[in-house]
Design a protein around this ligand. Structure first.
Ligand SMILES: [Zn+2]
Length: 302
């Protein structure tokens, strides 16, 4: 796919999807990127497999705590697991699947897409799929790029995701983003078609503000802003006929996890207000209407 084709696909899908959305309220989707506390993007040595030997892993305990919160509100999540985590902790994903959670892929080595060649990306997403399927004993249908790092400069990524056998994707951040982003891309769930096949795309939720479009539903923004404000922004997304895609990392509910040495701005964004995250999530889950991406992907015509 060319840059122009990707832009056209992502923008032109909007009109069709909005008409579907207007007929019924779309559910929210709660997503978890299953990675460890040291898997901070674009930090030397933090994302390769050797990082597990250099740092004490906490992903098991933190992920299980997150699943406990979800169980308390009877919500099932879509969990994008790193292949390197699945390789070390296969039981963790099997147990989550037994609880009804949707297990998908976050790639193997947690590298941003635009830092890889097309061949490296192909190998990464195929290795992750194989490792996670091995751990699960079942097919894995979904993919999310680390840091939502598919951009207009990596239009081949969608073809590679389709050819690797994934059915849905949640990598598009339709605004500016530190690790990627495709400003102006379609904000609603839609189908991307190419000569390689088809892919259901679930973009990250964006709300308009006087300062431009922004995501308040995961990462530093979810932790920094007060819950009343985040919920106001969520209502704004739903008023547009879209469900909210929430995202969280296991480390974010453990305020005592170790810290990496980061530049000041990134340190603030990575670690601000960890203490309040678990409570915020509980309130968001309470009384919400949630589905998994696999369930929603199945509602799109083939
Ligand atoms: Zn990640």
């Amino acid at each position: 796919m060319t840059v122009q084709q990707v832009s056209h696909e992502l923008r032109s899908a909007a009109a069709h999807v909005e008409s579907i959305d207007s007929r019924c309220a779309q559910p929210d989707v709660f997503t978890i990127d299953v990675e460890d506390w040291f898997h901070i993007l674009e930090v030397d040595g933090a994302s390769d497999s050797a990082a597990f030997d250099a740092h004490p892993s906490q992903v098991e305990a933190n992920f299980e705590s997150l699943l406990d919160i979800l169980a308390a509100y009877n919500v099932r999540a879509t969990c994008f697991a790193l292949g390197s985590v699945a390789e070390r902790f296969p039981r963790l994903l099997r147990d989550a699947a037994k609880l009804g959670h949707d297990i998908a892929s976050h790639g193997y080595g947690h590298q941003v897409v635009h830092s890889m060649t097309r061949t490296q990306f192909r190998e990464d997403i195929r290795k992750a799929k194989a490792v996670i399927e091995d751990a699960m004993g079942r097919r894995v249908n979904g993919y999310r790029a680390p840091g939502f790092s598919i951009t207009s400069q990596t239009p081949w990524a969608f073809d590679e995701i389709i050819e690797a056998g994934y059915v849905f994707d949640s990598s598009v951040f339709p605004a500016r983003h530190g690790h990627g982003g495709i400003p102006g891309a379609c904000r609603s769930a839609h189908v991307i078609r190419s000569t390689a096949g088809r892919l259901v795309e679930f973009p990250i939720s964006i709300a308009d503000t006087p300062f431009g479009p922004q995501c308040f539903f995961g990462g530093g923004y979810l932790r920094f802003f007060p819950l009343w404000f985040v919920r106001t922004m969520a209502r704004r997304v739903r008023a547009d006929g879209r469900g909210v895609v929430w995202y969280i990392h296991p480390r974010e509910i453990n305020p005592h996890h170790p810290r990496l040495q980061l530049p000041l701005r990134r340190r603030f964004k990575a670690y601000v207000n960890l203490r309040g995250t678990a409570g915020k999530i509980a309130t968001i889950l309470q009384g919400g209407n949630f589905a998994t991406f696999s369930e929603l992907a199945a509602t799109f015509p083939p």
